[in-house]
Ligand binder design. Structure first.
Ligand code: GSH
Length: 210
């Protein structure tokens, strides 16, 4: 039995969907901001106070989404969420997972947590506008990739797809300009109709954002 530490709609949602795709038994542990800042959480679960964290059946506590998602892909190879089994295909999956996790995700920070942006209102708005423009460029790249690929890393779904779903959902919630990015929005919609995504959203009490 796995235990997933999560917060609704955060990037932990990607792990949540993958747990369903592989058919693993798991329980959910919802941790709010206060709990994540506690000494106990930092000591026993994750010193960087973030989610996701996955506690493995043997009690090992694993943080960092890229590590968790690759661990699950390796543990359940039949689900083929880490590529077709070749080193090149795994690299292709990680090329997109790394891009989404490292280059795109953190650009959202000033939009997700405006209260953490330093400076006066004008400076804060300038920071948020730079984030919006940077995200637009990233989403254009992701849209181009999806023009010729049904899934972000190729013709087969992978651990990178639900992570992209999370980021597009954030973009929709913040009304970012995604006009003309039909392939990206098609991918988002396809995932929104996936049984595991629907069930994970229900479990986290999330609404679909068109
Ligand atoms: N590098 C970490 C980043 C995780 C991360 O930023 N998680 C966010 C949720 S999407 C978080 O827990 N933020 C807590 C906060 O900012 O208070 C990973 O990939 O797991």
């Amino acid at each position: 039995m796995y235990t997933l530490y999560y917060w609704p709609g955060y990037c932990s949602f990607a792990t949540h969907v993958v747990l369903r795709w592989i058919g693993a038994e798991y329980s959910l542990n919802k941790v709010d901001y206060e709990a994540r800042q506690s000494e106990a959480y930092k000591r026993d679960i994750n010193p960087s106070s973030t989610v996701p964290v996955l506690v493995l059946p043997d009690g090992f506590v694993l943080s960092q989404n890229v590590a968790i998602l690759n661990y699950l892909a390796d543990t359940y190879p039949d689900a083929r969420l880490g590529g077709d089994g070749t080193t090149l295909d795994r690299a292709r999956v990680n090329r997109w997972l790394g891009y989404i996790n490292s280059d795109v995700h953190k650009v959202f920070s000033p939009l997700l947590h405006p209260e953490r942006v330093p400076g006066n209102a004008e400076a804060q708005e300038a920071t948020k506008e730079i984030a919006r423009q940077t995200l637009r460029r990233h989403f254009e790249i992701l849209n181009s990739q999806l023009e010729t690929n049904e899934w972000i890393a190729g013709d087969q779904r992978s651990i990178a797809d639900p992570y992209l779903f999370v980021l597009v959902r954030w973009a929709r919630a913040r009304k970012l300009d995604l006009s003309g990015l039909g392939h990206l929005l098609g991918h988002y919609q396809r995932l929104a109709e996936d049984r595991a995504v629907i069930d994970a959203m229900a479990a986290e009490k999330l609404k679909h954002i068109q």
